[in-house]
Design a protein around this ligand. Structure first.
Ligand SMILES: CC(C)(COP(=O)(O)OP(=O)(O)OC[C@H]1O[C@@H](n2cnc3c(N)ncnc32)[C@H](O)[C@@H]1OP(=O)(O)O)[C@@H](O)C(=O)NCCC(=O)NCCS
Length: 169
């Protein structure tokens, strides 16, 4: 079942984000940084001021996508820092594409005040970059060495953005 998340999903979302963060090279946060407070903030901001969808399989939340509007007036037309996570046991089965397609279609239909959706992805994560491009995201530039990862290596993220064709100012 694909549905909007509820604040009662907090524990499931924590477990999901921790399972994904346990594998380096995916999300930017380390496992230790995926805390209850981080997930509580994600859920509150996304429910109140953005969009968060989850995919349930066999009664468990196995995938999630969220983004929210920054609390700065000049950025009220943005959904920023989009994050998508699919549980390692469920990756590569089409859930990510289904979730992302639904997310973009809900923004097109119900978020006319949003012009841009923004995300960052490591330049080395070629499958993810291709995936986002196939959904309509465009690369906007790299930020060389912005990441110093847990192993002490410098990494470069690429900014990507998607434009809402139904934006109304
Ligand atoms: C990236 C991710 C969200 C894709 O979701 P998914 O359900 O595994 O992907 P799907 O099966 O829907 O396939 C969609 C595309 O994602 C790509 N993909 C699949 N597995 C992937 C993986 N482990 N890492 C990156 N991209 C992957 C494939 O190229 C696929 O493209 P295709 O549809 O043209 O074949 C998911 O694998 C994940 O959570 N990975 C770990 C965290 C991460 O890398 N997040 C993105 C950081 S910016």
């Amino acid at each position: 079942m694909l549905r909007e998340a509820l604040k009662t999903d907090q524990d499931d979302l924590l477990a999901l984000h921790q399972a994904v963060a346990a594998h380096p090279g995916g999300v930017i946060r380390t496992l230790a940084e995926v805390t209850p407070a981080y997930i509580e903030g994600v859920l509150r901001n996304s429910v109140d001021n953005g969009l968060i969808l989850v995919q349930e399989e066999q009664g468990r939340v196995v995938a999630s996508i969220h983004a929210y509007t920054p609390s700065i007036q000049a950025f009220r037309h943005l959904l920023s820092d989009l994050t998508i996570v699919v549980h390692p046991d469920w990756q590569g089965k089409g859930l990510g594409r289904r979730l992302f397609t639904q997310f973009l279609s809900q923004v097109e239909e119900g978020f006319p005040h949003i012009l841009r959706i923004e995300l960052f992805v490591r330049i080395t994560n070629t499958p993810a970059i291709r995936f986002y491009e196939s959904l309509g995201f465009r690369q906007e530039g790299a930020q060389k060495d912005k990441i110093l990862n847990a192993q002490g290596q410098l990494e470069t993220p690429v900014a990507m953005a998607w434009y809402n064709p139904n934006f109304v100012q």
